[in-house]
Design a protein around this ligand. Structure first.
Ligand SMILES: [Zn+2]
Length: 232
């Protein structure tokens, strides 16, 4: 393992993805790609099970970034953040929900909600998103059930839940399954079981983290929408 050399600062930063609403991925994605939608907010899951018990993204419908929100949306963002944190924390095996907004990749506001599994003290803190890349993914039926529970929780307060319980197959629409070339940690890098993780932990320096700032579990859409989100 080598320490990466610090690059010199650029004179002018490149534009983020979707600076213009006309080519914004979030604005162009239909409601059925989201697990829950309302008049002004939408909640999206990854396109496949994650290493963490739950990873979700909250977006406003309007093409705005955090600092541009009018007071109504700013106030609702607080309510939505608390509501979603509670919903995710209510899932079995979740100790804590970390809420993050990086915003270096996509211009459209998107808040990350990452659930830390209960008892996994090693996962505490700012490296949680990297652990999501390394841990074996949770079983798909459990992932779908968790999505349905969170969507139903949100729908209790309004809006519409799209994620159905596990016995009804909820599919991400084909539009978000556009493959994009990237190094895929699932091609052998991600351990299949927690036992493998513990075995790998015994190997110094073998951390399995990709040189790519997008969470692997974020899938093609997230990789496209948020290509350069710096994760801690
Ligand atoms: Zn947008």
């Amino acid at each position: 393992m080598r320490v990466r050399r610090l690059a010199p600062p650029v004179e002018v930063e490149p534009p983020r993805s979707g600076e213009d609403a006309s080519d914004c991925v979030a604005c162009g994605t239909p409601d059925d790609a989201y697990i829950w939608v309302s008049e002004r907010w939408r909640v999206r899951a990854m396109d496949r099970p994650t290493g963490l018990p739950m990873v979700l993204i909250l977006e406003c419908r309007s093409h705005l970034d955090l600092g541009d929100l009018p007071n109504l949306l700013a106030a609702e963002l607080g309510v939505m953040t608390v509501r979603l944190e509670r919903a995710i924390r209510s899932l079995d095996g979740v100790a804590r929900v970390h809420v993050n907004r990086w915003g270096d990749g996509s211009a459209h506001l998107h808040m990350w909600f990452l659930a830390r599994p209960y008892g996994r003290l090693q996962l505490r803190g700012t490296f949680l998103s990297l652990w999501d890349d390394i841990l074996p993914v949770i079983p798909e039926h459990q992932w779908r059930e968790n999505l349905a529970l969170v969507a139903a929780w949100l729908a209790d307060f309004g809006g519409k839940a799209n994620a159905e319980p596990a016995h009804i197959q909820w599919e991400s629409p084909a539009t978000i399954n556009v493959p994009i070339p990237r190094e895929d940690p699932d091609d052998g890098a991600r351990p299949a079981t927690l036992g493998d993780v513990e075995a790998a932990a015994a190997t110094p320096g073998d951390f399995g983290v990709r040189d790519n700032d997008t969470p692997a579990s974020a899938g093609p859409l997230a990789a496209e929408a948020y290509p350069n989100d710096p994760l801690p």
